[in-house]
Design a protein around this ligand. Sequence first.
Ligand SMILES: *[C@@H]1O[C@H](CO)[C@@H](O)[C@H](O)[C@H]1NC(C)=O
Ligand SMILES: *[C@@H]1O[C@H](CO)[C@@H](O)[C@H](O)[C@H]1NC(C)=O
Ligand SMILES: *[C@@H]1O[C@H](CO)[C@@H](O)[C@H](O)[C@H]1NC(C)=O
Ligand SMILES: *[C@@H]1O[C@H](CO)[C@@H](O)[C@H](O)[C@H]1NC(C)=O
Ligand SMILES: *[C@@H]1O[C@H](CO)[C@@H](O)[C@H](O)[C@H]1NC(C)=O
Length: 502
Amino acid sequence: MEVTHYPKYTLYALLIIGSWFFTCLLHFRSFHLFGGSGGGGVDFVVLPFSLNSSFHASGIAAADDRRPSSSSCDGRYVYMVDLPSQFDFLKECVDGSPSFENRYSRCFHMSNAGIGPELNSSDDDAGGIVPATGWYNTNQYALEVIFHHRMRRYDCLTDDPAAATAVYVPYYPATDLHPHMCGFNSSVRNGPALAMLRWLSSRPAWAARGGRDHFMVASKTSWVFRAVGGDDLRCGNSLLEQPEARNMTALTYETNLWADAPPSDFAVPYPTYFHPSSAAQVAAWQARVRAAPRPWLYAFAGARRPNGTLAIRDRIFDACDAPRGRRRCGLLDCRAGCDSPRKVVALFASAHFCLQPPGDSYMRRSAVDALIAGCIPVFFRPASTFEKQYLWHEPDPSCGERRRPYYVLINQFDVVAGKVDIEETLGKYTDDEITAMREEVIKMIPRFLYKDPRVKFEGDMKDGFDIAMDALMARMKRIKNGEDMGWKTDNTDAAAVVDNAQ
Ligand SMILES: *[C@@H]1O[C@H](CO)[C@@H](O)[C@H](O)[C@H]1NC(C)=O
Ligand SMILES: *[C@@H]1O[C@H](CO)[C@@H](O)[C@H](O)[C@H]1NC(C)=O
Ligand SMILES: *[C@@H]1O[C@H](CO)[C@@H](O)[C@H](O)[C@H]1NC(C)=O
Ligand SMILES: *[C@@H]1O[C@H](CO)[C@@H](O)[C@H](O)[C@H]1NC(C)=O
Ligand SMILES: *[C@@H]1O[C@H](CO)[C@@H](O)[C@H](O)[C@H]1NC(C)=O
């Protein structure tokens, strides 16, 4: 989470306990508060909604290319709920609003249908690798907005809920929560989300399946929306633990791998900075990262935590600061600012391996940014791997079980205990092994991108949205067929998390 506009954090909160292969570990989580932090980063940022043209830079997003095309829509029709304006958290983002001029406003960050302001080629000189078009300063929490705009162009929308395979709820849970995520009482944090659910479940479309055919995108981790218990000083809200939401399917950035029952939320990749408008643009980028010179053995973009509260980070900084490390490690210290996407991408494109230690959460946006740059990810916890989190996006449909290795997993505790040396471990890979792994990473790039939601994409390529929709439709068909998806019937699982954390 830290390699973007949030170089500082102000509050540690919420403990979660997870077990992995019968091991329990305590994992501190922290959340960014808006306001108050320095470092030249953007603090208060989140997500808009207005379907106004100001959102679409050029106003071109329209229904021009979403006319249902007969049989290809069978089993893929989606009904999009029309939410009352009280649940539109971006309604200030309308044409002519001065908010668009303010670099720190959410309208600014969610401009261009959620992908944010275009990167200027002159922004800084570090980003030679990043092309002049197709790249944006995308906020890490923007997926719910981007997804909404993609849905508006989805080719199989229907006005008839009864004809739909699924019902999409264009609510922006992260946008709602972000400004009062921590330190506010429970009614402030939960109020709008609960009101929305009550409204939603009173609609005729809900009754048919008790909401089980409904889905929404919530662009933060699952944990943030599963904060139950009455303590007024907690972070997050309990959106996903509400009975209505437990019937729905949610797409989040990270799911609970330890839930007793199959989760009703699925992890999808963070949005990165590249939003192509054609398959040719993607192929050109893949060729560019394949050919990029990579002087660093490994790279890391992140910050130390105060007082050694995240030992793995300290070990990485120590390794990079050592004389030997200075020759092999490319480091971007986010205390000095990581808010230049060009610098971040240029760094990742100049290293063979990119370190992804857990931070606020197991998964980091940085891991997706690194993958896009053709950098082999190095994870330190199994729960951080694409394989465990991105059940829909990670598998390569073209190679089934015979997947070639494309990432490195180093045990975080062994590193902290001094039993394993990161540099030595990575240094053992041969050039051929590295090239083969990188090739696998480069193949994954399309599945971890989100296309430019404002235009009709040229060429045939499934992106993160398309893959999520295919998986959602498959799931919804099973639900419609009455299959038992292992629904949770109460919230004992979340209650256990909270109890353990205390
Ligand atoms: C944008 O939205 C506002 C408020 O909903 C509305 O008054 C205005 O006419 C809209 N502008 C356009 C261009 O649709
Ligand atoms: C890029 O440059 C244009 C024109 O100079 C400017 O209007 C825009 O705000 C710049 N974008 C960013 C993200 O700085
Ligand atoms: C919660 O906080 C809000 C504003 O901070 C306040 O207006 C409200 O009365 C508080 N509610 C409770 C139940 O304490
Ligand atoms: C959840 O779905 C079940 C089964 O369809 C239904 O009985 C229940 O009322 C639904 N819950 C809510 C809150 O609508
Ligand atoms: C770090 O430790 C020092 C000394 O114990 C303390 O004053 C400071 O508040 C701590 N900082 C944080 C962020 O915990």
